[in-house]
Design a protein around this ligand. Structure first.
Ligand code: ZN
Ligand code: ZN
Ligand code: FE
Length: 757
């Protein structure tokens, strides 16, 4: 029976729960191989009988024709002594460590999309169609092992037809846990605001309402959403008012790529991203004259756009020939609603009707947001489609203990480390919101179950008042406190595979605020860093934040403080007209509620206010900087403004003098905004050249989500001969902090502490 012997093929990577075993089975059938395939704690193990070239042919076939959601990290082939029966079979998992991986939710695949549009198919028009290559995962799972019984599909016993598909290795739905059809699966219902179910087809009814200008609540994949016709100014305005959301742009959902091209500039990278299994919101440049209500994204030339992510959305969009606003279904200051009772109670305040269904949402999963910068997709909000895919930690971290890192406070995420892998949670939101903080704690418990994690160490931000830090301190575990900007840099190192023993790099961390190692507020930092420690080589000149937290919300305060620090006259800046300038000046003089901060984010706020953007209030964190980038657009700015770059300090004073002169000369604000961005990128490069001890630079912090600043800085640093590490899979903003904290905590445990100064 053994013919020429046998071979064992070990496959590692994302190979469980993605239809990998049936793919092996199909290829083995086609090649007429004898053997078997199974899932275990290391991934997938294939055994085949026969000569070496037959095993090689199978490996070739697997690499050539991989299931869409699978990702191979490595394939090793070696001899084995097993005696294999004839035929090829899939060995059922024996529970335990195997089969416990929970993967990210995946967008409706092309095959399922064809089925729901085919009147002859039994899933024609069915809003919950899915298969091994697509459908809900994280959003429906409540426990492990990942199978139907531990998901919210447990309430729907499979019909005979679905059971046959589920059990057939040749079928695309073999072991697709959320498999469903109109006979056995969840059902849609369209409710009026008072809860009455409406007659007729729910999709048709919903489409008609949207066409007529209604605001509709939709039970989406990972939470309720609010939708309206994006070309209808009245509907968009009503939605803004009802959500009490003034400036923050709304995301759009469009039926297909052609529809996207009508309203946005669309590159190939961006089209691929929209169409990918993750199907995130992609930030795109709006086309002039796009048929959209101006209230969709006031003051911004960027639109957040996504394609239909689920069959429900695809069916709805197919009935409409207009883009939809698709925003999270919640009231101001609360996370996206996931529960039907809460939706029925709260959303009628905003929506006239609710398109709902009876498949429960186990976990809130927000839409992810991605932007292509310097030709690479860069995740800004990591949630649906990306979390909880594991991130393999670099060489040297294999022996790390189990760690829980709790991240920051805004754009919060947490991170679990186990077996050299980091699992970064989906975006949890701003922990200052009580409901978000409750959910954050619940999700930590859930992830510990899903990933069978028992951390021996907790890592938190050094900030005493972050709710995540307080939560970590209250846990009965050894605690490591990590400096905020060091964590940003370590996060960038970790996602770039920088080895534990790698040389020190220059980390440039630019963000709003984080507590520094000296007890002052940092946010424009040059750190000579490795995973274990750092030395603060240089930073932005600290400038007062008059009013403390008020200065975060109100950009004019930063303009005042920056002009005062630069000794540039304030007269004529309309942003300061009618403001209590004397009081502010007195506060700064006496140091009352005017903490100094070396923050790059506050500098952006100040310049935005000088150009009359977001003067009195930012609608959200980073609002002023986003508008400043939009204002700059494609204007030419030459070499930009000068910053004073000394050995340890970047001082924007000369920039303010030049900016004021340009403004007095009646210069176009777009040119002024460009000169600011260009000058800042030049200053960062000049400072990097003055420093020594590294040849690699890591860029992190939320300011690097500004495309102009990021692309110019990257180009200049690379032009100066530096290797530059940047974020792509992990956000540069505080959503990436937890990964950095985890890496630092792991490094210190493995290699010992090192001082940070
Ligand atoms: Zn599918
Ligand atoms: Zn069925
Ligand atoms: Fe930060």
């Amino acid at each position: 029976m053994t013919k020429d012997g046998a071979f064992e093929i070990r496959v590692r990577g994302r190979v469980q729960g993605v239809g990998f075993r049936p793919a092996v089975w199909r290829h083995a059938q086609a090649l007429a191989l004898d053997g078997d395939v199974l899932n275990d704690s290391d991934g997938v193990l294939v055994r085949v009988a026969g000569a070496a070239d037959r095993a090689a042919a199978l490996v070739d076939a697997l690499r050539r024709d991989l299931p869409p959601l699978a990702e191979i990290q490595s394939i090793e082939t070696r001899d084995c002594t097993a005696i294999l029966p004839s035929g090829f079979r899939i060995v059922e998992s024996q529970g335990g460590a195997a089969n416990t991986q929970v993967s990210p939710d995946a967008r409706l695949c092309a095959a399922c999309e064809t089925e729901i549009a085919d009147p002859a198919n039994r899933r024609f028009g069915y809003a919950f169609t899915n298969c091994t290559h697509c459908g809900p995962r994280l959003s429906i799972v409540a426990s492990i092992p990942y199978d139907r019984a531990t998901t919210t599909m447990a309430a729907f016993p499979m019909c005979a037809d679905c059971r046959t598909e589920y059990g057939d290795p040749a079928n695309r739905r073999f072991h697709a846990e959320p498999i469903a059809c109109p006979a056995c699966g969840p059902r849609l219902v369209l409710h009026t605001a008072d809860g009455a179910a409406m007659d007729g087809d729910p999709i048709m009814g919903a489409a008609r309402l949207l066409t007529d200008g209604a605001i509709l609540a939709v039970k989406g994949l990972g939470g309720y959403q609010l939708a309206c016709d994006a070309a209808n100014p009245d509907a968009v305005t009503r939605l803004r008012q009802a959500k009490k959301r003034e400036g923050k742009p709304f995301a759009l959902m469009l039926r297909d790529l052609d529809a996207v091209r009508h309203i946005c500039e669309l590159g190939d990278d961006e089209a691929r991203l929209l169409n990918s299994a993750a199907a995130p919101i992609v930030l795109l440049r709006a086309r002039a004259g796009a048929k959209l209500a101006p209230q969709v994204a006031p003051g911004l030339d960027n639109l957040g756009v996504m394609l239909p992510t689920t069959p429900l959305h695809a069916l709805l969009l197919a009935e409409l020939d207009t883009p939809l606003v698709m925003t999270s279904g919640n009231l101001t200051g609360e996370p996206q609603i996931t529960q039907d009772t809460e939706a029925m109670e709260k959303l009628p305040a905003v929506a006239s009707h609710i398109l709902s269904h009876d498949r429960a949402i186990a976990n809130r999963v927000d839409d992810s947001v991605v932007r292509v910068m310097a030709g690479v997709p860069r995740v800004i909000r990591r949630a649906r489609g990306y979390a909880p895919a594991p991130i393999r930690l670099p060489a040297g971290f294999e022996v790390a203990p189990e760690i829980l890192a709790l991240g920051g406070e805004l754009k919060s995420t947490f991170c679990l480390v186990k077996d050299g892998q980091a699992t970064l949670s989906q975006h949890q939101g701003d922990l200052e919101q009580a409901a978000a903080f409750d959910e954050f704690r619940r999700n930590i418990d859930l992830y510990r179950i899903l990933f069978d994690s028992a951390p021996s160490l907790v890592a938190v931000d050094v900030h005493p008042d972050y709710l995540s830090s307080k939560h970590g301190r209250a846990m009965a575990l050894p605690l490591l406190e990590i400096q905020h900007h060091h964590a940003h840099i370590a996060s960038c190192l970790a996602e770039n595979g920088w080895p534990l023993d790698g040389a020190e790099v220059l980390g440039i961390a630019l963000d709003g605020l984080g507590l520094g190692a000296d007890g002052t507020i940092w946010g424009g930092e040059f750190l000579l860093a490795d995973y274990r420690g750092f030395m603060r080589l240089a930073h932005f000149k600290p400038v007062a934040m008059p009013g403390g937290a008020a200065a975060i919300r109100e950009p004019w305060r930063n303009l005042h403080a920056h002009l005062a620090a630069a000794k540039v006259p304030m007269d004529g800046f309309s942003a300061l007209r009618g403001k209590p300038l004397e009081t502010i000046a007195a506060m700064m003089e006496r140091g009352i509620n005017a903490p100094l901060a070396s923050s790059c984010g506050r500098l952006f706020d100040a310049v935005a206010a000088a150009l009359e953007l977001c003067v009195d209030a930012q609608a959200y964190e980073g609002d002023a900087a986003a508008r400043l980038e939009t204002l700059a657009g494609a204007a030419e700015g030459g070499d930009g403004y000068d910053f004073a770059v000394s050995n340890r300090l970047i001082d924007p004073a000369p920039m303010w003098t030049q900016l004021r002169a340009d403004r007095d000369a009646g210069m176009d604000y777009a040119v002024i905004a460009t000169r600011f961005h260009t000058g800042l990128a030049r200053a960062l490069t000049d400072m990097t050249r003055k420093l020594s001890g590294f040849d690699t630079v890591a860029l992190s912090g939320g300011c690097f989500q500004n495309r102009l600043l990021f692309e110019q800085t990257l180009r200049r640093l690379e032009g100066a001969g530096f290797t530059v590490l940047t974020h792509a899979r992990v956000p540069a903003n505080d959503g990436g902090l937890a990964l950095g904290q985890a890496a630092i905590a792991a490094a210190r445990t493995i290699k010992g502490d090192r001082t940070c100064v």
